[in-house]
Every structure is written in structure tokens, then in C-alpha cells.
Design a protein around this ligand. Structure first.
Ligand code: PLP
Length: 371
């Protein structure tokens, strides 16, 4: 096997279920079925016949997802097992050995790993801390050439929580269009904006755009494993063929629950619950950081249940720090090393407030002891 380890996912998988304070999550404290559904809905769900369902996603679910984008029908949507499967299927359908891929960095490194394993040439275009994690579009313009097959965006961004303006999106589309490159925009954190204004999706406006979405992050339902791809009909049909080889279908239960939660007011209620949590927790985090003077440098996120923090301790490696804190203090943070950015850590702020505060207190005492 040639594939490089997916550092972030593997680290989380190994430790997140055994640590007392897991602060590595990037989404929100998940709903239980009881909290999420009315008694009638619960009753309907328990009467579901556990067949395969429609393998590309039930028609009502695909129609509901289509309504999240402009001019998007059920034919433009493929439902997957989580957005991670959507990313995988998109790469497999679009890329081949030798293709050039330009990817926004820092980023969730799934596509970097897959494209590298496929023999693509992957290049980084950077978000710059000095401009509040805005993308360096001059750099993008220079990197993208007629040889570029795919530009990979994460908007809102994991780990910085930065979002792209519509002007930046338009410029990225213009650069892609000039070079006939595809754009893949992972928008799994869309809907979790702190100011309550949903950012524009990349979907549409250019014929080579693929958008990734899912219920794991902004909707606080990772256990459903429901994601999707939205894009041109031909691309979606081809991606469906790959999906036949990966998991065949997402669960019929997830299809049904997805239909319920993505509809109208229910969707907005879920997003508001999560945003309120995020706004309250961000204030707590900022107070906590401020108490340490200039030890931390932090650009507040615009969206998503996470914060990306630089710490001022030369020589202290982020992976060593994360392991020490976990082993000695039972608190778990994502080392910047998972993003190739030592000297930073990612901290989840989408948890219940009392849990976050207790975790931060543990972190404070750990940092004081270790550094
Ligand atoms: C940007 C991004 N995309 C995709 C995923 C995968 O999420 P899931 O497969 O649960 O939808 C993650 C998980 O952290 C993520 O941060």
C-alpha cells in the first residue's frame, strides 16, 4: 500500500474515545435521535424497512439537497456515506495518474493523500495568516496552468474557520475557467457561520464545479454518515458508477432522517442551535486565551466548530505537546503537525459549554506544567 497516513483521522481514531476531554472535534456536540425527532417521526423511523433504498440517494432527499443550491436538481446530486466518501469518489472519478492538482492549504488533508496516492502532482496554494487567512490568489493565478485538472477548496476552511468572499470565489472561478480546470469545494462546514449569514456556495456559475456537503459538521449528525456531491449531471452519473464500487449506498435510515432535517425550518433550527453554541463558546475561548497574554496568537473563525491557535513556545513540538497533555492531563487537542504547521493546535469549540470550560481548565494546567 502506497498511501500516506492520514495523520489527523488516525490520531483522532486512536485516542478520541478513551480520553476524558476530547477537544479535537471540528463539529458540534451531536444530537441524539430523541432530541432530533418528534415522537411521530421516531415512530416512522422505527417502522422503516431496512432495505437498500435507492443507491444514489432517495429522490426526496436528493431533491431537498438540490434546494440548497441554485439550479440544482436531483440529477445533480449523489448521496454518499459521509462527505469523506464524496471526496474519495470525486477524486477517483475525476483524476488520473500525472494530473496536476492545486489545493488550498491548510486543509483537511484527505484529498491531498488520495491524489498523491493516485500519482497526481499536488501543489499548495496558501491561506495567509497575515491577511486573516485570506487565500493568496496571486499565488493561485501563478500555480494554475492549462495542465491543472483540479483546484481543491475548503470553504469554510478546516482548520482556520476562514470563509471566502463572493469576490474571492469569483476570482477563483475565473482562474479555473481560464485554464479549464475543475473546482472541488468542500463545504461541509457551510451553515455554521458565527454571524448567521450562510456563505455563498461555489455551486453553479461555472460548468466545472463540484460541491461537497454533509450532515457531520454544521448539522451535528456525524453518526448518520450522510454526505453528498453536487455537480454537473454527467459528472454525477460517472461518480455514481464509482460509488457502486465503494459502499453501494448510504443507509436507508440516514436517507430518511436526512430528508427530515434538511427541510425548511427544521434545518434552520438545527443550524441556529449550533451557531448559538459556537458564539457563546467563542467568547469563553477568547477570555481563556487573553488570560495568557501574548502566549497565543489567534484569528477568530468565521464558521465551523473549531479554532486554530498559534502558541509562542519555541522548540515545543505540537505533536509532543498533544501526546503529553493527553497522557498526563486526559485532554486531547489536534497538533498543528497534522496540517504540516507545527507551533499551532486546533481546538474544538462546538461542545457543550460546561464540557469545554472543564477541558480548557485542564489544558491551562497542562500547558503551565509542560511549557
Ligand atoms: C473539510 C472536511 N471534509 C470532510 C470531512 C469528513 O467528514 P464526514 O465524512 O464525517 O462527512 C471532514 C471531517 O473532519 C472535514 O473536516
Amino acid at each position: 500500500m502506497n498511501i500516506q497516513p492520514f495523520l489527523l483521522e488516525r490520531l483522532q481514531s486512536v485516542y478520541e474515545n478513551t480520553v476524558e476531554y476530547n477537544l479535537t472535534e471540528s463539529g458540534f456536540h451531536p444530537f441524539s435521535l430523541q432530541e432530533l425527532l418528534s415522537p411521530t417521526e421516531l415512530h416512522d423511523i422505527t417502522n422503516t424497512v431496512l432495505g437498500y433504498g435507492q443507491t444514489n440517494g432517495s429522490i426526496p432527499l436528493r431533491e431537498t439537497i438540490g434546494q440548497l443550491y441554485n439550479h440544482c436538481t436531483s440529477d445533480n446530486v449523489l448521496v454518499t456515506n459521509g462527505s469523506s466518501e464524496a471526496n474519495f469518489v470525486a477524486c477517483r472519478s475525476l483524476l488520473k495518474k500525472g494530473d496536476e492538482v492545486v489545493m488550498m492549504i491548510p486543509n483537511y488533508m484527505q484529498i491531498w493523500g488520495i491524489a498523491t496516492e493516485m500519482g497526481c502532482q499536488v501543489k499548495a496554494v496558501h491561506l495567509r495568516e497575515e491577511t486573516n487567512w485570506a487565500p493568496d490568489l496571486e499565488e493561485l493565478d501563478q500555480l494554475v496552468t492549462p495542465n491543472t485538472k483540479l483546484i481543491v477548496i475548503c470553504n469554510p476552511n478546516n482548520p482556520t474557520g476562514a470563509t471566502l468572499t463572493t469576490a474571492e470565489q469569483a476570482r477563483i472561478k475565473a482562474i479555473a475557467s481560464k485554464n479549464e480546470a475543475w473546482i472541488l469545494s468542500d463545504e461541509v462546514y457551510r451553515g455554521a457561520e458565527l454571524n448567521g449569514i450562510e456563505i455563498a456556495s461555489f455551486y453553479g456559475g461555472y460548468e466545472k464545479v463540484i460541491v461537497i456537503g454533509g450532515l457531520s459538521k454544521a448539522y451535528a449528525l456525524p453518526g448518520l454518515r450522510l454526505g453528498w456531491l453536487a455537480g454537473p449531471k454527467d459528472f454525477i452519473e460517472n461518480a455514481w458508477s464509482y460509488h457502486d464500487y465503494t459502499s453501494i449506498t448510504a443507509s436507508v435510515l440516514s436517507h430518511k432522517i436526512g430528508e427530515i432535517v434538511l427541510r425548511g425550518d427544521r434545518r434552520l433550527d438545527i443550524l441556529n442551535r449550533n451557531r448559538n453554541m459556537l458564539n457563546a463558546n467563542l467568547k469563553e475561548l477568547q477570555n481563556w486565551l487573553a488570560a495568557k497574554g501574548d502566549f497565543f496568537y489567534f484569528i477568530p473563525p468565521k464558521a465551523g466548530g473549531m479554532s486554530f491557535i498559534r502558541y509562542n513556545a519555541p522548540g515545543v513540538n505540537s505533536t509532543d505537546l498533544s501526546h503529553w497533555l493527553r497522557i498526563h492531563k486526559d485532554v486531547f487537542i489536534v497538533p498543528g503537525d497534522c496540517y504540516g504547521m507545527d507551533g499551532y493546535f486546533r481546538l474544538g469549540i462546538g461542545e457543550r459549554k460546561h464540557f469545554l470550560l472543564a477541558g480548557l481548565e485542564r489544558l491551562r494546567s497542562g500547558l503551565e506544567e509542560y511549557i
